[in-house]
Ligand binder design. Structure first.
Ligand code: CDP
Ligand code: CDP
Length: 217
């Protein structure tokens, strides 16, 4: 019989985590969980209603659509709104708050209880699922990540220049790496994957091979 495993994918902004995690989950028939989308949804809620909502996070319902790509905040599809510049600018600050982290980390652990989950974020291998059978830390140079994000923003019709995007990425990484609670860090047992000069297919193949070895063992 095949073992179900959990796969944790961490790394800085625009390293390719969600693209790869979606593909790996599809190939293995696993559930994909974008934890960044959960932090973004809470940030949107804070932007709309003010910081006081941080003391009532139990009122915030976050769900994923069947494909794992749509995100619902209290029943409203916010999949587009959570990618706005306003949310991107504030998300690292909101994510550093202890109430936010404990609320989302316990939700994420519950989702992964049955295994068969590919979860991407910043602290999955280090804090959320330290027992995950496979941990990957994806990185790529800031220049390449900014170029990739620029193409995505242009495709969405957002007007932004490469210097602003590079600055935003570097600032967000610094906030994520230096916060007090569960900062972005490579877990000691995570496989390091530099995707700077790898195609999406190459990264996917590499992770699938690692996963299949564990599933068979
Ligand atoms: O896709 P992108 O790289 O722009 O970021 P994301 O995965 O959507 O995450 C947005 C932000 O949420 C990050 O910059 C972190 O501040 C926060 N985050 C976090 O603190 N912990 C996670 N497990 C996932 C995201
Ligand atoms: O989830 P995260 O913020 O880490 O990154 P992403 O949104 O999955 O990837 C950012 C962009 O990089 C996407 O447009 C991917 O298609 C692209 N990408 C790439 O060109 N080559 C790779 N090896 C991985 C991702």
């Amino acid at each position: 019989m095949k073992n179900k495993i959990n796969i944790a994918i961490d790394g800085p902004a625009a390293a390719g985590k969600s693209t790869i995690s979606k593909r790996v989950a599809k190939k293995l028939g696993y559930i994909y969980i974008d934890t960044g989308a959960m932090y973004r949804a809470i940030t949107l809620h804070v932007i709309r209603h003010g910081d006081a909502v941080l003391d009532h996070l139990e009122d915030v319902d976050i769900r994923f659509g069947a494909s794992g790509t749509s995100v619902f905040l209290n029943g409203e599809d916010v999949s587009q709104d959570i990618r706005s510049q306003e949310v991107t600018q504030r998300v690292s600050e909101v994510s550093s708050q202890h109430q936010v982290r404990s609320y989302l980390v316990s939700m994420q652990r519950k989702i992964a209880e049955e295994k068969g989950v590919v979860m991407d974020g910043r602290d999955i291998g280090s804090t959320v699922l330290p027992e995950a059978e496979l941990k990957v830390y994806m990185k790529a140079s800031a220049e390449i990540r900014a170029k990739r994000r620029l193409e995505e923003e242009e495709a969405r019709g957002v007007k932004i220049d490469i210097d602003t995007l590079t600055e935003q990425i570097i600032r967000r990484d610094a906030l994520d790496m230096n916060r007090e609670i569960s900062p972005l860090v490579k877990a000691p047992d995570a496989v390091l994957l530099d995707s700077s000069y790898m195609s999406i297919d190459e990264v996917e193949d590499k992770i699938i091979k690692l996963a299949e070895d564990l599933i068979r063992s």
